[in-house]
Design a protein around this ligand. Structure first.
Ligand code: ADP
Length: 483
C-alpha cells in the first residue's frame, strides 16, 4: 500500500504541468500525527511561485474556457473513476498525514469522487435565460460564463474532499485554478495534481502550490488575474482573506467555523439520538466544522442521554488510523491537545463533571480520550469557542424556546442537529434555528446533492447542490437590437 500511495506522494509544486521546487529550495516538514515522525517534505513557496502559478492558470484559461461543457463533464467523469480506482492508496496517504481512521479516509476519498461526479453532471446544466423583452425590436439573452482563474485555500481536516468541492465546480464551469493545501496535509492536495495529469486535464488548469500561508494567500488575494477566492478554514483567517480580496473586488466563497448545537427533546428516540451524537461529535476525533460543539438535552432524558453517550464513547477504539478497526485517531498537533485540555479545565472549574475521558490517552502523543462532560453551563468557554476535539459538553434545558435561544446564542451558523418525534416541533424548531444546515433526527447530513454552507460568521456561498457551481460563473446579459 505504501508503494502505491507513494506514487501519489509528490514533494513538489505543480505549476503549468511541471512538478517544481520552490525557488530558494526551502521546504516544510510533513509530520505523521500518529507517530510524531516526519513523512517527508514539500516546497516552502511564497509570492513568486504563486504568481507563476497564477500566470499559468491565466494562460490555460484562454483555451480551457472555450471547451464545451460536455468535454469538461467527460474529464470530470474520468477524474471520478481515477479517485475510486485509487481509493485505497489515496486513503492510506490521507491517514498517514492527517491521522483519521482508514475507514474515515476511505469515506473521504469516496466523498471526493461523489462531488466530482456531481459536478460532472452539473457542468452540462449551467443554463441561462431568454427573457421577454419590453422592446419589440430587441431580444434579451442571459448567459453564464466561467469567472476565470480561481484560488482555493483548504484546511487539514478534510484535505481531499474540501478540494473536490472546489476543483470539481471550477473545472465544470470552465475555470482554471491555483490551489494551496494546508501545510499539515499537503500530500492529499498534491495527489489531485497527479490525478488531474493522469486523466488528461490540460497543463495549467489545476496548479498546486505549498508553503507560506500568508505569502501565498496575499498573492492570491491581491493579484488581479485571480477572479475568485474560495476558502475553507477558520473564521479568523476567512475575515483576513475577505479584507484582502476587497482590494481587487473578487468573488468570495467562505466555509468558516461552526459551533454546532445538538438538541435532544424529551420525546426523542434516545438510541437514535446517541447514534447520531456519536457521528456528529466524534467523527474525525471531533475535528470538523460541523461537529457538535454543544449538546442541549431536555431534563426528562438528560441523565439517560449522558449515560448512554458515555457508554458509547467508552467503546470507541482509539489508535493509529492505519490499524484496522481503529475508530478514532490522534488530534492534528500538540496545540489542539492543549486547547482541549484548557477547555476541560475551564469547565471543571465552573462545575462541569467529567463522566468519561477528560485526559490524554495512554497511547501518548496527541491521542486524547473521547470525553463527555455533564452539567455544562453557559459561562463555560465551549459555549462560544470551537472545541475541535473529542469533547462533548452536555447542557440541560427545560423548555423548547430556551433551547432554541441557547442554540442561536453564537456568532456562528453552520450546522445544527435536533432529535424529536413531534412533527410540529420538527418544523417549528428547524425554522427557529439560525443555521445554514439542519439535521432533524440525523447526525450526518453532508452530501454532494445538497448545498453545504453557513450563515452569520460561518461563511458565504454554498458548496454542492445546484448552488455549488454558481459562484464559479458570471452572469452576462446580452441585448440584441435592431431586429
Ligand atoms: P485551521 O484552524 O483549520 O488550521 P486555518 O484557517 O488556520 O484553519 O487554515 C486553513 C487554511 O488557511 C490552511 O491552508 C492555512 O494554511 C491557510 N491560512 C492560514 N493563515 C492564512 C493567511 N494569513 N492567509 C492565507 N491563508 C492562510
Amino acid at each position: 500500500m505504501l508503494q502505491k500511495s507513494s506514487h501519489f506522494m509528490r514533494e513538489a509544486n505543480l505549476i503549468d504541468g511541471k512538478w517544481v521546487q520552490a525557488d530558494a529550495g526551502a521546504t516544510i516538514d510533513v509530520i505523521n500525527p500518529a507517530t510524531g515522525q516526519k513523512i517527508g517534505v514539500v516546497p516552502k513557496s511564497g509570492r513568486v511561485e504563486t504568481r507563476r502559478a497564477i500566470e499559468a492558470a491565466d494562460k490555460a484559461f484562454q483555451t480551457f474556457s472555450k471547451t464545451t461543457a460536455l468535454e469538461r463533464s467527460k474529464l470530470l467523469r474520468k477524474l471520478h473513476d481515477a479517485l475510486m480506482e485509487n481509493q485505497e492508496a489515496l486513503a492510506y496517504l490521507l491517514t498517514l498525514e492527517q491521522g483519521k481512521s482508514l475507514a474515515e479516509a476511505r469515506g473521504e476519498i469516496g466523498a471526493s469522487a461523489a462531488y466530482v461526479l456531481w459536478f460532472a453532471e452539473e457542468a452540462r446544466r449551467t443554463y441561462g435565460d431568454t427573457v421577454p423583452s419590453p422592446w419589440a425590436d430587441r431580444r434579451i439573452l442571459v448567459t453564464k460564463e466561467p469567472v476565470g482563474v480561481i484560488a482555493a485555500i483548504t484546511p487539514w481536516n478534510f484535505p481531499s474532499s474540501m478540494l473536490a468541492r472546489k476543483i470539481g465546480p471550477a473545472i465544470a464551469a470552465g475555470c482554471t485554478a491555483v490551489v494551496k493545501p494546508a501545510s499539515q496535509t499537503p500530500y492529499s492536495g498534491l495527489a489531485w495534481g497527479v490525478l488531474c495529469e493522469e486523466v488528461g486535464i490540460p497543463p495549467g488548469v489545476v496548479n498546486i502550490v505549498t508553503g507560506s500561508a500568508s505569502e501565498i494567500g496575499d498573492e492570491l488575494c491581491e493579484n488581479p488575474a485571480v477572479k475568485k477566492i474560495t476558502f475553507t478554514g477558520s473564521t479568523e483567517v476567512g475575515k483576513l482573506l475577505l479584507t484582502k480580496a476587497a482590494s481587487t473586488v473578487k468573488k468570495v466563497s467562505m466555509e468558516l467555523g461552526g459551533n454546532a448545537p445538538f438538541l435532544v427533546f424529551d420525546d426523542a428516540d434516545l438510541d437514535r439520538a446517541v447514534e447520531g451524537a456519536m457521528v456528529a461529535k466524534y467523527r474525525n476525533s471531533g475535528q470538523t466544522c460541523v461537529c457538535t460543539n454543544r449538546f442541549f438535552v431536555q431534563s426528562g432524558v438528560y441523565d439517560r442521554f449522558v449515560e448512554k453517550l458515555a457508554e458509547a464513547c467508552d467503546k470507541l477504539k482509539v489508535g493509529s488510523g492505519i490499524e484496522e478497526g481503529v475508530q478514532q485517531g490522534p488530534l492534528i498537533d500538540g496545540n489542539a491537545v492543549e486547547k482541549v485540555e484548557e477547555l476541560i479545565a475551564d469547565a471543571t472549574s465552573k462545575g462541569g463533571k467529567v463522566i468519561t475521558g477528560g485526559t490524554r490517552h495512554e497511547l501518548g502523543g496527541t491521542f486524547f480520550r473521547p470525553t463527555v462532560i455533564s452539567e455544562a453551563t453557559t459561562d463555560m468557554r465551549f459555549m462560544k469557542e470551537e472545541i475541535f476535539g473529542p469533547v462533548a459538553p452536555v447542557f440541560r434545558f427545560e423548555k423548547e424556546e430556551e433551547a432554541v435561544a441557547l442554540a442561536n446564542d453564537t456568532e456562528y451558523g453552520l450546522a445544527c442537529y435536533f432529535y424529536t418525534s413531534d412533527l410540529a416541533r420538527a418544523f417549528r424548531v428547524s425554522e427557529g434555528l439560525k443555521y445554514g444546515m439542519v439535521g432533524v433526527n440525523e447526525g450526518l447530513i453532508t452530501t454532494p446533492e445538497a448545498p453545504f454552507g453557513g450563515v452569520k460568521e460561518s461563511g458565504l456561498g454554498r458548496e454542492g447542490g445546484h448552488q455549488g457551481i454558481e459562484d464559479y460563473l458570471d452572469t452576462k446579459y446580452v441585448c440584441i437590437g435592431g431586429l
